[in-house]
Design a protein around this ligand. Sequence first.
Ligand SMILES: C[S@@+](CC[C@H](N)C(=O)[O-])C[C@H]1O[C@@H](n2cnc3c(N)ncnc32)[C@H](O)[C@@H]1O
Length: 382
Amino acid sequence: MTPAGPADERLTALISELATKGYLPGPADDWTRALHAVPRHTFVPARAWTPSGPIDRDAHPDRWWDAVYADAPITTQTDDGTTDPITGQGVATSSLSALSGVLFNMGFLDLDDGHRVLEIGTGTGYTAALTARIVGKAGSVVSVEVDAELASAAEKNLTAALPADSRTPALIVGDGADGYAADAPYDRVHATCSVQTIPPAWLAQTRPGGRIVTPYGRWFGYGSVAQVDVLPDGTGIGRFPGTSGYMPLRSQRPVDGHPADWDAPGARISRTGVNPRTVAYAPAAADLVITHLAPGVAARRADDALWLLDGRDPDCWAIVVLAEHEDLFEVRQHGRRDLWDETVAAYFRWQALGRPTLDRFGLTVTDAGERLWLDRPDDVIF
Ligand SMILES: C[S@@+](CC[C@H](N)C(=O)[O-])C[C@H]1O[C@@H](n2cnc3c(N)ncnc32)[C@H](O)[C@@H]1O
């Protein structure tokens, strides 16, 4: 059994760092108690991957403990389990998110004692355990995970972490896009994977006056966090209180299969005076507008080029060459859409609106789809 000592000191230091940076939600005492009551190390596998490299509890215990209580994500699954995360290869498909990101998003949930919460993306089970602790025995947590192996590991983690007399989150294996109707309505829906659009089931399963908090719009830029409150008629009205970069909901991943070769035949070649870096590294608010006005566009930023990919159509892509000291940049567009033209038009629409900041945008969600607006719900942009 690992002694509690290495955790306590490190956790106290981490909480203090996050509180200083403003990430600890209020009431701070409740959250501090919850963070101490839910031992983060119980949710980290013996071998995993971090931004600073691999960690192995048996081979290098100090390094492992430091990583568990550092403010950084820990990759626990890669390529849906087909690649060992410790290799550092492949795409992360599950992780224990950085604690600052977890607390930042959970702060918007405004959780209270007795709340019924639906979580999407159980992963290791850590955020489900934290949520259960905050909503207390009068509340409940249902957490949905698409990957059965992860759900089974999470169940073991939760059993090891939570005292026998505490109310454990109910774990469901399934597509979180469907929510979990059997236990609805929920006071809060909390997604820990990002969506392009908010699944209708989440709205339908949220109590009037309840709230959905989800990472949003990840394909083009870093992504934002959407906080959507549900009205009695089932409409969701939301805002974007910050940025948040999470892996996408499995059913809303961009498709693969775009060519990695800019000489691929059939491309329409032109030149542009717009520096692609201006569009590729735009503020989050511009990314949000681009996500809506050029729907489905995903960006890949390479050293020598900006790739734009249609996340729903592998035949559709654009590339802009990042030549230095050039007045004009070569553009190649392929497939049924002119993705560069669409993306640039969306970027300049944001400019023409006066470069509004992210917090001025809002979202209305109904059965008919989503509407992005600026300042007031009737000022619809798209
Ligand atoms: C960033 S991790 C979640 C971290 C987790 N909350 C924790 O505390 O460890 C995202 C998780 O979402 C899961 N996921 C992706 N698509 C999903 C879907 N459609 N339904 C449910 N879970 C999904 C992934 O398998 C992954 O475990």
